[in-house]
Design a protein around this ligand. Sequence first.
Ligand code: AP5
Ligand code: MG
Ligand code: ZN
Length: 217
Amino acid sequence: MRIVLLGAPGAGKGTQAKKLIEKYGIPQISTGDILRKAVADGTPLGKEAKSYMDKGELVPDSVVIGLVKERLQQDDCKKGFILDGFPRNTSQAETLDKVLDEMGMPLDVALSVDVDMDILMKRLTGRRTCKQCGQMYNVYFSPPKQEGVCDKCGGELYQRDDDKEETIRKRLEVYEAQTAPLIDYYEKKGILKRVNGVGDIDEIFSNICSILDGLKK
Ligand code: AP5
Ligand code: MG
Ligand code: ZN
């Protein structure tokens, strides 16, 4: 199954992707995670990306597209993949289509996780992530059992640099202007599905699974 997850910052793309990995055994390709790792490792790419990420702007296509192409060529993507946070504008979407066509593995579905803008701010300011295993928590909606500590692996929880109110506002603006038009793009291609992203995380996941299982035949 080859999936693109669409949705605003904080819609729950990462949260749902983690569950999809477990259920379907396919890898998550999160450009945000790849970029944050490059920033943490202090690579030249990370240094370039950081200035954009801290402002809540998109990192240039030339950087991101290269990363994704390279990742898609790895063996584990033959079984399928979950793209999370990519594509994020029309030019990325067109390039992705071209690359996947060349590889003979077109997308099966673009799944939009829909959440109202007013809920997103609270989700993002409350988000905490495990340094070790990447599990997401939320101090308002799904706190860890012990503050600052991951339930799953005991790792330390951290707050993302771009989860500050100012930066979040900019990210939401960028989403509306550049990424939301992709909903139309995939609708026209006939592979768009939508799921309500508000409510219980497991219930949303079960709705997503019904959609995906409906495609497999
Ligand atoms: P990226 O890392 O992709 O961030 P984003 O798109 O802003 O999305 P988030 O990761 O913030 O949200 P999410 O939907 O994954 O939500 P989550 O599951 O964590 O990108 C970061 C930056 O990198 C960009 O700004 C850009 O600079 C750069 N970048 C990345 N990709 C790029 C690209 N392709 N091109 C150019 N630049 C790129 O959930 C959020 C919170 O809500 C969590 O606390 C979670 O626990 C909670 N939550 C989840 N579901 C629920 C629920 N149902 N109810 C209550 N709480 C919930
Ligand atoms: Mg994410
Ligand atoms: Zn952990």
